[in-house]
Design a protein around this ligand. Structure first.
Ligand code: ZN
Ligand code: FE
Length: 255
């Protein structure tokens, strides 16, 4: 039976996500932005928490760790490289490690850049990936603990996943991201269409996530430094892609 996924808003613009293996009852929370929101999500679905899969150490992704561990006895999994700053961590993981949530298997992909030890969790059999604050719909994480080269290498790993892979992110930033993206690649028709869709969803108060790798490849300027239109607009024709990516990131920081 396929993995079941429940996404819900938490602490304003964060998302909480629960993944549930119906065969065994195992349930993982992707990060723990807020214990109450996660408990409410569990209650709504009638699921019992067995794991927290931490993407990175930031407070808005780990604030619920200790309460949830105390209340449920769940196992907290997270990046070895940030273990010191992740409350309650028991299982430390790195590139290529497999985490089992019941019968479901998540493969760990190291995606540093936003933080130096950030990881993503890819469930290849279920065609879904949880990327925390590495990649957002039409955007990407700020380079708080890494440079453009590091982040570009991380993004390329995600870009190489099967295009139909569903992508879950840590935040609902899509509407603002779309406004920025249209300044970088205004003639991109897929982006124009997605921006219109995002406006509609926002008006109805609905989530713009999950997205897919295919949709992000077509619309997300941070994944498109090879686009001739973007290179021309930035006056960076033929420059190394990591450098073009870095320039897009700088412009977004000033946007
Ligand atoms: Zn973060
Ligand atoms: Fe965050």
């Amino acid at each position: 039976m396929a993995l079941q996924i429940h996404q819900f808003p938490a602490r304003g613009d964060n998302y909480g996500v629960l993944v549930h293996d119906p065969a065994t009852g195992a349930t993982a929370s992707i990060d723990a932005p807020d214990s109450e929101a996660v408990l409410a999500g569990l209650h709504e679905k009638g699921w019992e928490l067995t794991h927290i899969l931490t993407t990175h150490h930031h407070h808005d992704h780990t604030a619920g760790n200790e309460v949830l561990k105390r209340m449920t006895g769940c196992t907290i999994v997270g990046p070895a490289k940030e273990a010191r700053s992740i409350p309650g961590i028991e299982v430390q993981v790195g590139e290529g490690d497999i985490v089992e949530i019941g019968k479901a298997k998540a493969k760990v992909i190291e995606t540093p850049g936003h933080t130096s030890g950030h990881v993503s969790y890819h469930f290849p059999d279920d065609a879904v990936v949880f990327v925390g604050d590495t990649l957002f719909s039409i955007g990407c994480g700020k380079l708080l603990e890494g440079d453009a080269k590091t982040m570009w290498a991380s993004l390329q790993k995600l870009m190489a996943l099967p295009p139909k892979t569903e992508l879950y992110c840590g935040h609902e930033y899509t509407r603002n991201n779309a406004r920025f993206a249209l300044t970088v690649e205004p003639e991109n028709e897929a982006l124009q269409a997605r921006a219109a869709e995002v406006d509609e969803l926002a008006k109805r108060g609905e989530p713009t996530l999950p997205t897919t790798i295919a949709q992000e490849l077509a619309t997300n300027p941070f994944l498109r430094p090879s686009s001739p239109a973007i290179q021309k607009r930035l006056g960076m024709e033929g420059r190394p892609l990591a450098e073009i990516f870095g320039e897009i990131r700088k412009r977004k920081d000033r946007f």
